[in-house]
Design a protein around this ligand. Structure first.
Ligand code: TRP
Length: 455
């Protein structure tokens, strides 16, 4: 236990040991992943990890539809930290993804004591107004409330059957004193994440969830839940890819397993013929069906074919009456340091810029922000500053400066002592001023669109 990082989605502390997080929770690093027309956050390594992002990239490459889902907790004002997820959502939207955004009003009422009515007001005034200004396309974005989408709650309830308290203890560190709202919130969030795949909400397709890494426990849970509902699983084997059939309470009748445990051979044959059919319709010919072992092998299939085979079988599962849910993909961004040098938090206004802050307030906060400079000018000239710790530099990198070569230049200038801490703050103030002014103008221009984001 001693060396372990914990991730608590509701906690106030935050680990920034990103390589350890990758290792401990089995995330995939973004290093070496080639992203078409990468955004600022990709180019700068701020989006640092993912799960199954290749599924999304491959789906896009082949021109098939994919969805994007994320959520917001309507409590307090939207700040710079929140804008990173929206930057990612916008990027996926530009790549062709359809976007769904959950307002976690049930979660915030349960865990933050915010009434549903207040949550509704905060979502529109603080968040969605900025989503519009940040360039999300209202035609391709649908924002909904957890409290108003019963299918999300129903799905959460149904999925609850696939987990138990021990698993939630292991994932979230719950114990006997844990409020049950904290047990329900992750299940509702699993409903959020999986429901876009239902027929009424776009149907079976890969869905990617861009989030801060604090939300990964929810993704681990949701991916596990989805996998447990699957009737067919697809794995690497010595003979290409192997499909395994999972007989469960819900599907044993369909699968030809009778109540007394006896197998109805004809029914079983029929099911295996359907599996073979689904796979051969993808263009595979040498398919080895082994009903006795409950497996089907596709020797010529490689890992690259996993997604298409999986999708074909999920669609078969649906035809047979199953849920047919694909585990979500996800991407994770690093957290920008708070302006005081501690964690950014909406309940501590000095730690961040709110998107509604005026220019004078922003200037004041940046002037007081944590600096990576030396104590005296003489020392700074001699030893240089540390851009990795300098809030002014960091905020240009994370939020305000698009130009990579300019950024590299001031990074170097700061390290070498040519640029002083006060000068770096001044550069940041200029950029932040332009950014906030532009955003506020866009907010006015797009105010009439806010309602159209909700459905
Ligand atoms: N729990 C998230 C937060 O605290 C909000 C959220 C609700 C969410 N549902 C989601 C995030 C689905 C991602 C996907 O901010």
């Amino acid at each position: 236990m001693n060396n372990e990082v914990t991730i608590d989605p509701w906690g106030s502390s935050q680990s920034t040991d990103y390589s350890r997080i990758i290792e401990q929770f089995g995330l995939s690093s973004m290093e070496g992943v080639s992203i078409p027309s990468p955004s600022r956050l990709h180019r700068r390594g701020i989006v640092f990890a993912h799960r199954d992002l290749d599924v999304i990239l491959e789906t896009k490459r082949t021109g098939n539809p994919f969805g994007v889902l994320t959520g917001l907790m309507p409590s307090g004002k939207m700040h710079l930290g929140h804008s990173m997820v929206i930057d990612q959502v916008r990027w996926f939207q530009q790549q062709g993804g359809d976007v769904t955004i959950a307002v976690a009003d049930l979660e915030s009422t349960a865990t933050r004591g915010i009434s549903l009515a207040e949550g509704r007001r905060i979502a529109a005034e603080e968040y969605v107004s900025n989503y519009a200004a940040l360039g999300l396309d209202p035609e391709k974005t649908s924002v909904y409330f957890q409290s108003q989408r019963s299918v999300v709650q129903r799905l959460g309830f149904q999925l609850g059957k696939r987990t138990n308290l021990s698993e939630l203890e292991a994932i979230y560190g719950f114990d006997g004193s844990t409020n049950l709202a904290h047990v329900q919130a992750p299940l509702v969030q699993a409903g959020d994440i999986l429901h876009p795949q239902l027929d009424d909400y776009g149907g079976l397709r890969p869905v990617v969830v861009p989030v801060g890494v604090d939300q990964d426990p929810h993704l681990r849970l949701t991916r596990g839940l989805a996998a447990k509902t699957n009737w067919f699983n697809v794995n690497d084997s010595k003979m290409g890819l192997q499909v395994g059939v999972s007989v469960q309470d819900d599907n044993s009748a369909v699968m030809g397993v009778e109540a007394n445990g006896r197998v109805n051979k004809d029914k079983q044959k029929e099911i295996f013929a359907m599996i073979v059919n689904s796979i051969s319709s993808l263009g595979f010919s040498d398919i080895i069906s082994n009903p006795k072992h409950g497996t089907v092998n596709v020797p010529s299939a490689t890992s690259r074919d996993k997604v298409s085979i999986r999708m074909a079988l999920l669609s078969l599962e649906r035809k047979l009456g199953g849920m047919g849910l694909l585990a979500p993909s996800s991407t994770y961004h690093r957290f920008a340091v708070g302006m005081t040098g501690d964690k950014m938090s909406s309940s501590k206004p000095k730690t961040t810029l709110f998107l509604s802050d005026d220019v004078a307030t922003a200037e004041k906060k940046i002037k007081k922000s944590f600096s990576g400079g030396q104590a005296t000018v003489e020392e700074h000239r001699r030893l240089g500053g540390d851009p990795d710790k300098d809030v002014a530099y960091q905020y240009m990198m994370y939020f305000f400066e698009e130009d990579d070569s300019y950024l590299a230049e001031i990074n170097q200038g700061y390290r070498s002592g040519n640029i002083l801490a006060g000068e770096m703050k001044q550069l940041c103030i200029e950029r932040a001023t332009a950014w906030l002014t532009d955003l506020s103008e866009k907010r006015d221009e797009t105010a009439h669109l806010v309602e159209t984001f909700f459905d």
